[in-house]
Write a protein that binds this ligand. Sequence first.
Ligand SMILES: NC(=O)c1ccc[n+]([C@@H]2O[C@H](COP(=O)([O-])OP(=O)(O)OC[C@H]3O[C@@H](n4cnc5c(N)ncnc54)[C@H](O)[C@@H]3O)[C@@H](O)[C@H]2O)c1
Length: 264
Amino acid sequence: MSGAAGASTVPQGALAGRSAIVTGAAGGIGFAIAEKLNELGADVTIMDRDVERARATAEARLASGYTVVGGDVRREEDLKAMFDHAVGAWGKVDILVNNAGIMEFVIPTVDQELAKWQRLMDVHLRAAFITSQMFGRHVLERQGNGNIVNVSSITALRPMRSSNGYVVAKAALAAMTQTMAAEWSGQGIRVNAVAPGFTRTHFAGSANEAGADFSDVFGRIPMKRLGQPREIAEVVAFLVSDAASYVSGALIPIDGGWAANSGP
Ligand SMILES: NC(=O)c1ccc[n+]([C@@H]2O[C@H](COP(=O)([O-])OP(=O)(O)OC[C@H]3O[C@@H](n4cnc5c(N)ncnc54)[C@H](O)[C@@H]3O)[C@@H](O)[C@H]2O)c1
């Protein structure tokens, strides 16, 4: 039997003196990542379009070592302001987690509107390109070390029908992780991605709200339960820590065995 979230791989204080940006971190997986990095000693910049919720969550759960900034990851100027905010607050950025995402799948291809398809690309892919480019320039300029983690999806490895926008964006994000890892790993920047399976957040709930019936899907997860945001955060913490010093270009499924199973 597999246990629930609890154990941790990275020692306390492992990220002391480092500064991290997490996008889409008002709640869900993003906030769990920000909280975990903060627990390990990192100063975190929490970015979300819902800045009030981000501020309320952070105030309720974090004691210190954080700052909150609003913005829309689709807007280049907001991403620039986010980056400047983080550098202003902490002097530098060592860790970038591209997590912001929107739940829009199960749209038959013949019904997909181009504007919605484009929005999925903009939020999941274009934004991550812009922030990673800013981060790459920032780290290379000061000849430092850095870590990027992109929050992709298990659907990048096991696509679903009627999900051409979301799944394609997440698969492209996985490919971008590898191409940036190939380019920057020799210059002190490791680039990795995680591929969460079905995880208990607002996101999973809204899949059902959107009219998709996931009850059958959840029953087919080998571990017979949804993931917890904290279980995604643990892997991200490992990836950005020195414990993962030789890991770059990886896409790690965190899915309760979902991708391993093609049977009933
Ligand atoms: N929950 C799952 O089952 C699951 C599975 C695989 C991948 N993911 C991915 O994990 C990431 C986090 O998802 P979650 O489950 O925590 O969902 P969530 O809805 O709880 O969190 C997403 C956050 O992103 C923010 N956001 C959305 N669009 C934004 C924009 N344009 N600008 C700034 N912020 C924006 C939202 O306000 C929200 O706080 C997403 O990229 C999602 O695709 C989730």
